[in-house]
Structures are given as structure tokens and as C-alpha cells.
Design a protein around this ligand. Structure first.
Ligand SMILES: [Fe+2]
Length: 160
């Protein structure tokens, strides 16, 4: 095998590992965000209770399905999916909200976490594009769209 081909193969392997690492971060982000959204669903109080309680339920339900798909993409790429709540929390590095928090603070907090997830999904999307892994790229584009839409809704609520 020519030296340059070997080097290229090595480079591709390194990049592939980066895609997997980035996807594993997205899995951790999804779990952390799901937990925080659940916390907000349970503990939200005030005049917006019914609207937010329902919206948060829709969001964590969607996340639960999505995280499975992302984790299984990690497996399809030949790596293991991360698990364990403390491990996922450490990997995601997302701030956690106190149980008793004003509704507005909850929405602001979740908006920040969605923005973090979008940034990490964009990293995974771009790394996948570099190695022409169109399936992962497509998966990440879909996730970014969902979280951008949710972010728009949360930010719209805050303008009220
Ligand atoms: Fe519930």
C-alpha cells in the first residue's frame, strides 16, 4: 500500500472516531436535556402551567425517540453508546435547574440547553460531512431542525 493511501486511511479513521465522539456527546446532551425537560414538566407552576406542562411533555417524548436513533447510529458505526446518568451528565456538562424555579427561568434554561445541543449536533454534522458519512449528516440535520424549532418556540414564549 502506498504511503499516502496509508496516511489517508489513518486520517479517515481519526475523523470517523471524531464523528462517533461528537455523536456520543449528542446522545449525552439529549439525555441531559430530556431530564431537565422532565423536571420542568413536573414542577412548573403559575398561570402558564397547562401550556408549559403540555409543551414540555411533547418535548421530552420527542427526545426519548430521537436519542434512541442517535445512540443506534453510534452502534451502526461500530462504537458503543454512552449510558449511566452520572456519566451522561458529565459528558453533556449541562447546568441543572433547582426543583423550584419560576416558569420563565425554566423556559430560559431549556432554551440555553437546546442551543448547546444544536451547536454539538452541528459539530457532528460537519465532521460527518468531512468523511462523506451522509447518513449521519442527514440524521444530525434532522435533529438540528427539530431543536431550532423548539428553540424558536421557547424564545417566543419569553417575548410575552
Ligand atoms: Fe406527566
Amino acid at each position: 500500500m502506498a504511503k499516502s493511501t496509508k496516511v489517508n486511511k489513518k486520517k479517515t479513521a481519526k475523523k470517523n472516531l471524531s464523528v462517533v465522539d461528537a455523536l456520543r456527546t449528542v446522545v449525552a446532551d439529549c439525555y441531559a436535556l430530556m431530564g431537565q425537560t422532565h423536571l420542568c414538566h413536573w414542577n412548573v407552576e403559575g398561570p402558564s402551567f397547562f401550556a408549559l406542562h403540555t409543551a414540555f411533555e411533547e418535548q421530552y417524548t420527542e427526545l426519548f425517540t430521537a436519542v434512541d436513533e442517535v445512540a443506534e447510529r453510534v452502534r451502526a458505526l461500530g462504537s458503543y453508546a454512552p449510558g449511566g446518568l452520572s456519566n451522561l451528565a458529565a459528558m453533556a456538562g449541562m447546568k441543572e435547574l433547582p426543583e423550584k424555579s419560576p416558569a420563565e427561568k425554566m423556559v430560559q434554561h431549556l432554551a440555553t440547553l437546546h442551543a448547546k445541543l444544536i451547536a454539538d449536533a452541528k459539530t457532528a454534522r460537519d465532521l460527518a460531512a468531512d468523511v462523506e458519512d451522509k447518513e449521519t449528516e442527514d440524521l444530525m440535520i434532522g435533529r438540528i431542525e427539530v431543536h431550532q424549532k423548539t428553540l424558536w418556540m421557547l424564545e417566543s414564549y419569553l417575548k410575552g
